[in-house]
Design a binder for this molecule. Structure first.
Ligand code: B12
Ligand code: SF4
Length: 441
């Protein structure tokens, strides 16, 4: 069979808060290139919002592409499926594959006529093997985490066991060529890194924990440190769900970064209880360059945290915020708006933000993602559950105490009250001035 020419697409997304490199596709690019095949990434968000489909087709034709892979998260799945259907109609010979977070969790939803391959494996070795053999059916039948068609009928394979490494480094050429276009609101240009897989906790609304067969695994410390040091950017954002899970490992990473005289600014996700557990090493983390932690505070009532099985408490949340404040680190408070909220609950969130002096905050209306316990508990109550409404800003269930329009208004109000402060911080350069690691401490 003739070699395929590959293009991997990230469809456009709402990049107002953050425009970030397509790390998942950068990993895939490495694997495909290592198999000596032509491969490119097409990131729609880097281009103008006009004539998107025409541009995609132009890129396919100009580069003689015969295989298109789409990266899909729930929020972008509806749009991606529309594009796929149009593309398959226009160019029936092109092979189409899908992968990404939503596909990983609900792969059967993508086993449709217009798609040829569905990829939901934990690692990338199965993909590598398929690429090496130009997707021959005889190879696909043993390819883990991959669904394919034979004689018009779908076949699906089990995922491989959990992984602790992709075994390769991401090909970041798209990032280096478009640095100016990748940035986080009010903070600047961050590179993404992954140091671990999945999360050991079991919050009922969360999809991240279901990745990697629900098994938390860590990458080798030296490998992580090497990547941090070698990366050509002074700001790094770890996408690990809780970077502070394993205190001894964090200490070892810090020690090695100090030895290597690394002076980068690092942003991470961290649970409140992990921050509290790491209180004594916060000065060390600061010294290394950890300046910014996104913390899933979720709620300001213990009863709500219990409903989510968050395994945390408001007291712990407050303690974590204080620890970060005392150590001169940014706490980005992530809040979830529950459908049982009354007016006072919205007000209490604002009160909490004020009292705890939080500058950076993000709010999401609870998304009952398919594949989570929250979805199972509420699937009969969902209103217009469509992919494009899973961005955290849509009302997907009837609020228990407020009319839906008023509930949405209360939610929007949280942004109106809190975002001017963040834009202001951006204008004043607060992040770089106060928090950036200047390597002098
Ligand atoms: C970075 C990030 C973002 C960025 C970039 C998003 C984007 N469109 O690319 C920003 C900040 C903009 C963002 C925004 C949002 N995000 Co986000 N985000 C992440 C995060 C933290 C890391 C993603 C990442 O880089 N992972 C590392 C790489 C290596 O993994 P990967 O991308 O999954 O790719 C691997 C595989 O999936 C696969 N793969 C990926 N694509 C493809 C394609 C093909 C063809 C193949 C074969 C394989 C393949 O290969 C890769 C290597 O194994 C994840 C959390 C997580 N744990 O992954 C959430 C996550 C993806 N986001 C999520 C959500 C819900 C959102 C938001 C709706 C915000 C919200 N309210 O929660 C918005 C919506 C986007 C928008 N604004 O338009 C969900 C998606 C849930 C779902 N069911 O799909 C996640 C999983 C977080 C969560 N636990 O809820 N996000
Ligand atoms: S701690 Fe965060 S990543 Fe882990 S299960 Fe809970 S919400 Fe998901």
């Amino acid at each position: 069979m003739k070699d395929l020419n590959y293009m991997f697409v990230r469809v456009h997304y709402d990049a107002r808060v953050a425009s970030l490199e397509p790390l998942g596709l950068e990993y895939i690019m490495t694997v495909v290139k290592q198999e000596k095949k032509n491969c490119m990434i097409f990131d729609e968000s880097l281009h103008s919002p006009f004539f998107r489909f025409q541009r995609l087709v132009k890129h396919i034709e100009e580069n003689n592409i015969s295989f298109v892979g789409f990266s899909i998260i729930s929020y972008t799945a509806g749009y991606a499926l529309d594009v796929i259907k149009k593309l398959k109609k226009l160019k029936p010979d092109i092979k189409i594959m899908v992968g990404g977070a939503e596909v990983n969790i609900n792969h059967q939803d993508f086993m449709i006529d217009e798609i040829d391959y569905v990829y939901y494996d934990n690692g990338l070795e199965s993909l590598r093997n398929a690429v090496r053999h130009n997707f021959e059916v005889s190879v696909l039948k043993d390819s883990t985490g991959l669904a394919y068609k034979k004689d018009g009928k779908w076949f699906e394979n089990e995922k491989c066991p959990p992984i602790s490494s992709y075994g390769v480094r991401p090909d970041r050429s798209i990032f280096y060529e478009n640095r100016k276009k990748f940035r986080v609101l009010a903070k600047g240009c961050f590179s993404l890194m992954r140091g671990s897989f999945s999360c050991p906790q079991e919050c009922k609304f969360c999809v991240s924990r279901t990745f990697n067969n629900c098994t938390y695994k860590e990458r080798d410390i030296d490998d992580v440190v090497d990547e941090i040091v070698e990366l050509d950017n002074d700001k790094i954002f770890f996408v690990d769900d809780d970077f502070l899970v394993n205190k001894e490992r964090v200490k070892a990473i810090c020690k090695k970064l100090l030895e290597r005289k690394c002076t980068k600014t690092i942003m991470i996700f961290a649970r409140a209880d992990s921050i509290v557990n790491c209180e004594d090493i916060m000065p060390l983390l600061y010294k290394v360059g950890f300046r910014d932690m996104l913390v899933g505070l979720e709620a300001v009532e213990d009863t709500t945290l219990e409903k989510y099985n968050k395994n945390s408490s408001v007291m712990l949340n407050k303690k974590a915020v204080k620890i970060l404040r005392d150590n001169n680190m940014v706490c980005v408070g992530l809040f979830v708006i529950n459908y049982d909220f009354k007016h006072k609950d919205f007000m209490n969130i604002n009160k909490f933000i004020k009292e705890e002096k939080l500058i950076w905050v993000l709010f999401s209306i609870l998304i009952p993602f398919k594949g989570t316990p929250v979805y199972e508990e509420n699937k009969d109550k969902l209103i217009r559950y469509e992919y494009k409404r899973t961005g955290g800003t849509s009302v997907l269930m009837k609020p228990e105490h407020l009319p839906a329009w008023f509930f949405k208004m209360e939610y929007d109000f949280l942004y109106y009250v809190n975002f001017p402060r963040i834009y202001m911080a951006g204008l004043l350069g607060t992040f770089n001035r106060k928090y950036k690691n200047k390597g002098t401490e």
